[in-house]
Design a protein around this ligand. Structure first.
Ligand SMILES: *Cc1c(COP(=O)(O)O)cnc(C)c1O
Length: 404
């Protein structure tokens, strides 16, 4: 069975869990900042907690925080749990990111921040957004923070510049299904001295994790390591379809309607996590290069028809996911499963349509709603064989022909 995602972890990542120095977390932060060309990086237990901490530490309260209607729901959780109000903006099909004109319309005298999400690794026009935010600041005489959500877009570039460095700060998710991982974990980068100080003070009040928590992280990582081994994955997949075993790895992102954080959200990142994170950082250029190659290969060889659309190839994108739009995708999912290939259904909701968020909806979000229904993502990770890509392409081109 070909899995829908696969962490790029090897023996080196495995052994890095046991090669710990007292300063592992600081070394990881410094390495992360350097790789993503920021002055500072601050580690958190989750990406969502990095955002929540930013809002809390800078005392942003009762403000409207602008986010895309189509993004990971945990971002909205962080906004509500910090005592703020999510304000949703629809995305556009061209690059899956917020439409700038609609962001401009959504900004008002209550806006405290704009989350600039680079969905699926597509760099949003962060410079354009910066101009809009600066105008709004002088119009409303208040600071409006600009935060880059780079959970899908580690190092994505626009006009040769990393988008994570425009605005006030960037957040990254480092869970097992992300482009880079530290087992769990999240990161915030900034080049602003004052923001850095506030966040360090805030984060330093978190709990240092003990021996047993780290042991459980080691065991979890071992189980992931084993689960993604080729021959074992078929068994895992079987377990997944019969039970919810693998969903436990990613379930917090799926259809999770309740506004809550995991119980360990006030823990510091552990040395074990930082060890893996540091090892992963070295592989970053290779991971991105391979993802780009796979995206190009798919796009060159797929011949979409009326049945489905392929995603854009955009300069500087990092392709955390390669997402097709296909109505009636369930037949395709079944067909692929029978062929031993698992496709993903990344983000199956438009946040303002979820029960807990309906009260924040103040418009229709047609593009988000359509993507929630029709998105399907192909395996795209380093180590994916050309022959597997060719099988995927043949199956999909068959689907286009069926209905030509
Ligand atoms: C995963 C993700 C996050 C947050 O990451 P966690 O570490 O799971 O909290 C934020 N934004 C997007 C778009 C994500 O996919």
């Amino acid at each position: 069975m070909i899995p829908r995602f696969r962490p790029y972890i090897g023996k080196d990542d495995f052994f890095s869990m046991f090669r710990l120095s007292p300063n592992s977390v600081r070394e990881y932060e410094e390495g992360f900042a350097k790789t993503f060309t920021a002055e500072y990086a601050i580690a958190f237990p989750y990406g969502r907690v990095a955002l929540w901490s930013f809002l809390k530490a800078l005392r942003i309260e009762n403000a409207e925080i602008i986010i895309p209607a189509y993004t990971c729901v945990v971002v909205a959780h962080a906004i509500v749990l910090s005592g703020n109000i999510p304000r949703f903006v629809d995305i556009q099909f061209e690059d899956y990111n917020m439409n700038l004109a609609q962001v401009e319309n959504a900004i008002n005298e209550k806006t405290g921040a704009v989350i600039c999400t680079h969905l699926f690794g597509y760099p949003m026009n962060a410079e354009g957004l910066n101009v809009i935010v600066k105008h709004a600041e002088s119009r409303y005489h208040r600071k409006i923070y600009l935060i880059q959500d780079c959970a899908h877009a580690f190092g994505a570039c626009r006009n040769g510049k990393m988008v994570c460095n425009s605005g006030d700060a960037a957040i990254f998710g480092l869970g097992i299904s992300k482009t880079l991982t530290s087992i769990f974990g999240g990161m915030l980068t900034t080049s602003d001295n004052t923001i850095h100080k506030s966040l360090i003070n805030f984060r330093n009040r978190f709990t240092t994790v003990g021996f047993f928590k780290q042991l459980s992280q080691i065991l979890y990582f071992c189980s992931v390591f084993v689960a993604f081994n080729n021959s074992i994955y078929s068994l895992v997949h079987l377990l997944e379809t019969q039970t919810s075993f693998l969903d436990a790895l990613t379930k917090s992102y799926h259809l999770d309607d309740k506004i809550h954080f995991p119980p360990d959200y006030l823990n510091k990142m552990s040395k074990v996590e930082a060890g893996v994170g540091l090892c992963q950082l070295k592989k970053y250029p290779e991971i991105i290069r391979k993802r780009r190659e796979i995206a190009e290969y798919y796009s060159k060889n797929l011949s979409p028809g009326r049945k489905y659309q392929i995603p854009p190839l955009i300069e500087g994108a990092t392709y955390s996911h390669y997402v097709l739009q296909m109505s009636d995708k369930h037949k395709c999912l079944t067909q692929f499963r029978k062929a031993g290939i698992q496709l993903g259904e990344v983000i199956q909701y438009s946040i303002p349509n979820l029960q807990s968020y309906r009260k924040y909806a103040d418009a229709e979000y047609p593009v988000a709603r359509s993507c929630a229904e029709n998105s399907l993502n192909l395996p795209i990770y380093p180590g994916l064989h050309t022959r597997t890509m060719d099988r995927i392409i043949t199956l999909l081109n068959g689907i286009s022909k069926d209905n030509a």
